[in-house]
Design a protein around this ligand. Sequence first.
Ligand code: ASP
Length: 341
Amino acid sequence: MRARKSVYIAYTGGTIGMRQGAHGYEPAPGFLEEQMSRLPVLASPDMPRYRIHEYDPLLDSANMSPADWVKLGRDIMSRYDRYDGFIVLHGTDTMAFSASSLSFMFRNLGKPIVFTGSQIPLCEVRTDARENLITSLLLAARHPIPEVSLFVGHQLLRGNRATKVSAKRFLAFSSPNYPPLGEAGVDLVINRDRVLPSPSEPIAFDAVGHAQVADLRIFPGITPETLEAFLGPLHGAVLHTYGAGNAPDRPELLEVLQQASERGVVLVNCTQCLEGSVNMAGYATGNALREAGVISGYDMTPEAALTKLYYLLSQDLDPEEIREQMQQNLRGELSRPAAEP
Ligand code: ASP
């Protein structure tokens, strides 16, 4: 008989454990565990043993900040040797940010960290939480995927490739630029060739600090004044540009970008499109950004780009080194074309 594996569940909050309050769904201490105790399947010998740790306070993930990512990462790191795998129960709204941030903060991760949550709370009749929770437990226990992943709906996605695309479907996430790591149908199928290799070095954890970073969605009519005011206090920014990485190439706007780059602000170009990669050699408008010091985010999700900026800005690196590493594939978050112009 197979020895029962052991999984640690960090319960941070989110819809999965919420109940109806006076102003809508809200987390309630002790409520999720009480609901889970009513699921006999969790005590089945086919399921792993688990220990659940409820965070205080439980958060709607809209309220999560980098300090919460660090708290979560440190918690898992402190228990890393004692469990076969880890589950993070988390709201879906900012799950892709938290999963991306953990993927960067852990170096040489050798065990699975699976983020999951739900669109309908576990206490409701039509909940999607039950399947997400049960399958995540099986994934974390039986499939030694050395990655931060995300399981919601029936797909296992790389965490730093995932983005929330639906507020109503159970399949709430998509991984537009990297295929799913696995799929839960009749069988639980893992695509091994898509999973990162096991590390040969020991696990390490580098917390993110207090960098000033931000996202800016470029829009028709953006003025140099707006851009300047926005970039003023920042150390880094993700510019959400049009299509293959284009923005208006009016000289007054480019000058603001150039000046920001020169004072050390790291400017990363990600596309507003859900799918595809930035190619700043494709159009004159994209090329002008490159000449103003903006670097390519290639096919990173905006969530991965922002959390990677937080991560790199928290290391002892100068802006040029950060720009260099932003464009490298650190944790499977980015693909670069084989031949670049
Ligand atoms: N607002 C919730 C949260 O992100 C939504 C969810 O869990 O799906 O915490």
